[in-house]
Design a protein around this ligand. Sequence first.
Ligand code: AGP
Length: 608
Amino acid sequence: MCGIVGYVGSRKAYPLLMEGLQRLEYRGYDSAGVALIEQGGIVVQKSAGKIAILTEKLKDCDFVATTGIAHTRWATHGEPNDINAHPHTGMTGKIAVVHNGIIENFAALKEVLKRQGHIFKTETDTEILAHLIEEYYEGNLLQAVRRALTQVEGTYGIAVISTDSPEVMVAARSGSPLVVGCGDGENFVASDVAALLRHTNRVVYLQDGELAEVTPGGFSITTIDDVVVSPHLQEISWSLDMIEKGGFDHFMLKEIFEQPDTLKNAMRGRLNFGEATARLNGLNLQYDELRHIRRIILTACGTSWHAALIGEYMIEEYARIPVEVEYASEFRYRSPIIHPGTVVFVISQSGETADTLAAMREAKRKGATCLGICNVVGSTIARESDGGVYIHAGPEIGVASTKAFTSQIMVLSLITILLSRMRNMSYEKGEELINAINTVPEQVRQVLALNDDIKAIAEKYHHKDNFLYLGRGVNFPVALEGALKLKEISYIHAEGYPAAEMKHGPIALIDENMPVVVLAPQDSVYSKITSNLQEIKARKGRIIAVATEGDVRIRELADEIIYLPRVHEFIVPVVATIPLQLMAYHMAVLRGCDVDQPRNLAKSVTVE
Ligand code: AGP
């Protein structure tokens, strides 16, 4: 997630800004930059890579500026490189902007500005903000920013400075957090309290639709409609360590709870309600090419491979296109058969997994069209693919993947609808699925509210050494993912199985010491699942069921029940994953494991 730091005061701004950025490094980023009002002009210095590269580049500079803004970028539009790094300026070089968020209508705004003579230097959505503010600037920076933002659709947290008003910094928020830090004769703006806590613990959190005009002597807040807001001053008591994790004990738990927002980002601007389909321009395929896809291969590793399995169920059921799911590590050495009309989707959170990258290169070598489903913009897989869809989950710090997994499923759902609506899916069916997808963030929020109940279950079973996870149909891969989550962070042995496979071997393991987690929503195979539950119960197995709220029958069979809201079958995999993530998390914590950095694991396996 991007980081913003701004300063206006009497001290030299540069060291304060860089120290603030360093406090935000934990959030993950791919480039950094700073803009200073230095001796009447704006100095902008920025570079791809770590903050240390920037500070090394500027180590001999002695900036005297007392006003400045700085940024760490997590790329969403445009490669992570020097030119695309923030801050961005417009045509005159008198205004500099840093931005967190996604401007959905930036392409349209860019076209209008180009017709007005603006020349753009970067591929970013943010740069249009600098040009737009310039376009509206008539001597008052706050008013120019306000007018510019009324044109913007999407999310933003921004900080803006101008040479014409060297002691003024304007900040604005809609969908991306921003906080004003109140000092003595100096004030700060930041995307995260961690960046300014060393200097002040008195802060005002901007709300969506608010702008702040900040000077060394104070600040004022107004709404986008120019209504004055009385600021709500708060004193922060958190430690820095707590703040970096947003008040959660671990990054993994923070990322589990981010999912309502990250799922919203995965679908942002991609639900075409009018035509009951999805909008995925990044695929870089013409409609005709998409319509003539005859076979799909989904290849990935680990959790991403589980997402691929879910994609297989969805695409085959709705789009009626044959799908094969391949472990990337197997695919690359298997001399795969690639026919004309074969599209390979390469799924990878990091976009750097060695096996997955090699599998993509092998598929391309054999003539396949390769499309990436990645989280990291500009990652190797994203760059080398023929197109793709970013999941926009923000940096995933915890080694165990959580929010990236559910966003991968979300993107696969969108791909399913896009392809299906080009084939046999009716408008009504497309509308039904689009509407179901649109409810996902709220449904996930409801399941997250069960955290304490799930923790209570973890407390009863965390000392067990073996678990089975069972599911049928599209919930079989969910069972696999639940088992992997438990394995990799709590070191408890866990296996996922299709529920019907139990009788072909695993049932021999069932006894009173074997907890069995069963995905048992009231769906088309519910009656089959309840038979499996009876088989387990007959052998004294302990059953932890993930069921549908209102299901009374399950009480006769399960020892523990986690009730999910009654949701469309199409979105059950995303919703059903949440309790499994939380259960694995709590068991790992109860067992004293290093949840964010489990032993032997790496966040991105860039070796074979
Ligand atoms: C998931 O919890 C694991 N950390 C691991 O299986 C991961 O999913 C796998 O290494 C693939 O990573 P990628 O999505 O970045 O390619």
